[in-house]
Design a protein around this ligand. Sequence first.
Ligand SMILES: NC(=O)c1ccc[n+]([C@@H]2O[C@H](COP(=O)([O-])OP(=O)(O)OC[C@H]3O[C@@H](n4cnc5c(N)ncnc54)[C@H](OP(=O)(O)O)[C@@H]3O)[C@@H](O)[C@H]2O)c1
Length: 311
Amino acid sequence: MNHQKTVFITGATGGIGKATAIALAKQNYRVVIQGRNEEKTAAVCEEIKRLSGNDNIDYIIGDLFLMSEVKKVAQTYTQRYDRLDVLINNAGGIMSKERKETTESVETTIAVNLLAPFLLSELLLGVLKKSDDGRIINVSSNSHRLNAKPDFDDLELKNNYNPLTAYGNAKLLLIWMSQHLSGKLIQGSCENVTVNTLHPGAVATNFGVNSNLGGLLNFFGKLARPFFKTPEQGAETIIYLATSEDVKSISGKYFENKKIKTASQKYYSQQNEQLVWDYCNKRIKNTHCVLSNKNRSIVMLGEPSLRAHRR
Ligand SMILES: NC(=O)c1ccc[n+]([C@@H]2O[C@H](COP(=O)([O-])OP(=O)(O)OC[C@H]3O[C@@H](n4cnc5c(N)ncnc54)[C@H](OP(=O)(O)O)[C@@H]3O)[C@@H](O)[C@H]2O)c1
């Protein structure tokens, strides 16, 4: 490695994100983690330093339910650092039995699992482009196959909300958004930045623990837990995507167990992928997180009017 590479990992206060942060710190990456609770995140930062012997660990605080906070997280990152080699959008999870909206009026599952990765990737693209090997890794889930049932007129499930469907949908849309972003980066001559998604496996973490999914799901979740992967095992495909030369120029793919797998095609069409991309663009504008074009990296590739102009 010529220079010390920098990785930024969201949701690294526990579970798979923390295991990834420790492993990459041991491989001498400069590791920046995001958490929402300062005390907890600072303590994890110290723990990573102690376990890895690497002092180049930092943290940024922000609640990724809110696009205004995503924006602040990105601003803090770009004020402190002028480059980024690997962005791991890992924060996420299944939400509660009852449908909830953030204070920006976005359904919570889609906010943290889809819109936050979309916006953070966009806002950090400027620093990622400075890397000769920039990588965006979006943590999806096999739930996109098992539980997704998207209603394209109601992506935020105002009607018929169910936490599993909301989660499966968000992870499916995350795959499509990532594929689309990958295409835009190639069209925009940003081939030095790749975007891939993955399923980490069923991993024994805090995932779903505080979600109160209801009797049966809670029961089966507890029953299956002893058979789950450890967080360290769950981190393996992320670490592979972050570090391996084998995937250096692979983009827009979905991985399981360090192998490319075809994501579910059940609801896929190019139009639906475009619809999700447009939804993300529109939704971040509606959350009062209006970005001036000067601060946007993907807008030049994403706005319909400019797209038409480029053709
Ligand atoms: N575990 C599995 O079996 C499994 C399977 C497939 C996919 N995944 C995916 O893997 C990723 C990591 O999950 P995990 O299993 O490690 O779960 P976890 O132990 O619950 O960790 C989730 C992480 O995300 C953070 N987070 C959640 N909501 C956030 C928000 N609004 N703003 C900022 N941070 C937030 C949490 O921070 P706090 O500490 O502040 O709560 C925590 O650090 C998730 O995207 C999940 O969907 C997990």
